[in-house]
Design a protein around this ligand. Structure first.
Ligand code: ADP
Length: 461
């Protein structure tokens, strides 16, 4: 069985609740009216009794007489019987003649002012029998009234209720349906818009009528999700485009070097040179692929950092020693300044890679004979600053220098070591350890890259 729409179900619930409420209301109303009418009937009966006791007259011959008012056969002409103390019928009104109640003789035997309900062929009667005195004679008065009037009132009430109930239910149905429709209209709009959003239209957003209600909050949350999807899609697209571009450059270079070499017959030395320059391009390619792999593994969360205490002083010494030969080749000097213990928290291998990238850049972009300073500080947090005397990084390039494939002012076909990924990797490496990597201009025109780690708590004693 297919499930009905939310709109239909809401309407059915609404109508159901309405029927229950109306039924309870109608039941209470009928009960209230019935008990009120019954009490009123009993009161009228007692009124009849007093009237009967007061309106008695004794004729000179000793017989009793009552003024019966209009003696037509309308309901209000009094039903009255008078019995002697010996249970002999002394008087019977016209109404009592017309509508005899056989049980009345038996009831007259127990004159206790009680109201008895007696069924007759047509409608039940209420009979009040009680002792009284007329002309100083003890008698038993008996008055009665039919329940016909009361029953008619009740029947009219029930008919009115039964006729109006379906109308009320129909109105509730129509009202409930249009309420549900109005309430759910934003859902329809959201569904319709969500249908049209695909990978090519991720810039579209769901309509938010009221950001504070439930549907508005849902749409806002979905919109935020779409925003994240959009930015990851864009990132992925940019990344793919950048990667293909980066891979094409060395491949094109290799191809043209190869083609030129094949054009004329050459000697062995020329071929060696060709192969050498092709190998340089292969180096460049493998360097690029290595870095790409590092980045994509980092992003896929495959490289789980193992945080530990990192002694930045020791790490700086190690990295300076490691890259020292590159600086020597360019006749650069590297000064290592240590002003503190600088013990931070991070993954040693990852932080080491970041520091290598920073120092490698400093060597790469500082001209021959330049100076590089590596400073280890402890205040206010454990940090290593790498300052070079290179060209520096312009204010316009600085904000994007940490983006992938961004090469600042360098041309895209720079040397084999340039991929535009080094700083992106360094930034990831420092941030994944909870630290910060920042760039500031250095005093002599070069740049200072500062790597800051969260401080390790010192164990004393
Ligand atoms: P690359 O592989 O090109 O060095 P990076 O991400 O490490 O990639 O650096 C991005 C760009 O930032 C470099 O191409 C260069 O223009 C600039 N850059 C990085 N470090 C320095 C520095 N110490 N001095 C001047 N420019 C730098």
């Amino acid at each position: 069985m297919t499930r009905a729409s939310v709109r239909l179900r809401l309407t059915l619930w609404y109508v159901g609740a309405m029927v229950v409420v109306l039924a309870i209301y109608a039941g209470c109303l009928v009960w209230f009216v019935t008990s009120g009418a019954s009490r009123a009937l009993d009161n009228r009966l007692r009124g009849d009794f007093h009237w009967a006791a007061e309106m008695a007259e004794q004729k000179p011959d000793g017989t009793l007489l009552w003024f019966e008012g209009a003696t037509g056969d309308d309901e209000d002409s009094p039903w009255l019987q008078v019995w002697s103390a010996q249970n002999r019928l002394l008087y019977r009104s016209a109404a009592a003649e017309r509508q005899p109640i056989p049980e009345s003789a038996a009831l007259a035997g127990h004159a206790d002012n009680r109201i008895a309900r007696v069924a007759t062929a047509s409608v039940p009667f209420r009979v009040l029998t009680g002792p009284s005195r007329v002309a100083r004679r003890p008698v038993v008065l008996q008055v009665a009234r039919s329940e016909a009037g009361m029953r008619r009132t009740l029947r009219d009430l029930v008919i009115t209720l039964l006729l109006s109930l379906p109308l009320a239910v129909a109105a509730a149905g129509v009202g409930g349906y249009s309420l549900a429709r109005r309430a759910l209209a934003p859902v329809d709009r959201i569904t319709e818009r969500a249908h049209s959003i695909n990978a090519d239209r991720l810039n579209e957003r769901l309509p938010v009528d009221n950001p504070d209600d439930e549907l508005g909050r849902l749409a806002t949350v979905i919109n935020a999700m779409l925003g994240r999807l959009q930015s990851s899609f864009e990132q992925m697209r940019r990344f793919t485009a950048d990667v293909s571009h980066e891979l094409r450059t060395p491949l094109t270079a290799m191809r043209s070097v190869g083609e030129v070499a094949l054009r004329d017959r050459r000697d062995a030395a020329a071929y060696r040179a060709t192969i050498g320059s092709m190998l340089e391009e292969v180096d460049r390619l493998s360097h690029l692929v290595d870095r790409l792999l590092t980045l994509s593994r980092a992003e896929a969360g495959l490289m789980k950092p193992a945080p530990d205490v990192v002694d930045l002083r020791e790490l700086a010494e190690e990295v300076v020693a490691h890259l020292g030969v590159l600086a020597e080749e360019k006749h650069q000097s590297i000064d290592l300044e240590r002003t503190g213990r600088a013990r931070g928290i991070g993954d040693r291998v990852i932080v080491r890679q970041a520091l290598i990238n920073l120092l490698d850049n400093a060597i790469k972009y500082t001209p021959e004979g330049g100076q590089i300073r590596v400073t280890v500080l402890d205040d206010p947090a454990p940090a290593v600053a790498v300052t070079d005397s290179g060209p520096g990084i312009g204010a316009d390039a600085a904000p994007r220098i940490f983006n992938r494939f961004d090469r600042g002012q360098q041309s895209a076909d720079g040397d084999a070591g340039s991929s535009g990924l080094g700083l992106a990797i360094a930034k990831w490496a420092v941030e994944v350890s909870g630290g910060r990597l920042s760039l500031e201009p250095a005093a002599g025109g070069g740049s200072t890259f500062r790597l800051v780690l969260p401080a390790a708590r010192e164990q004393r004693g």
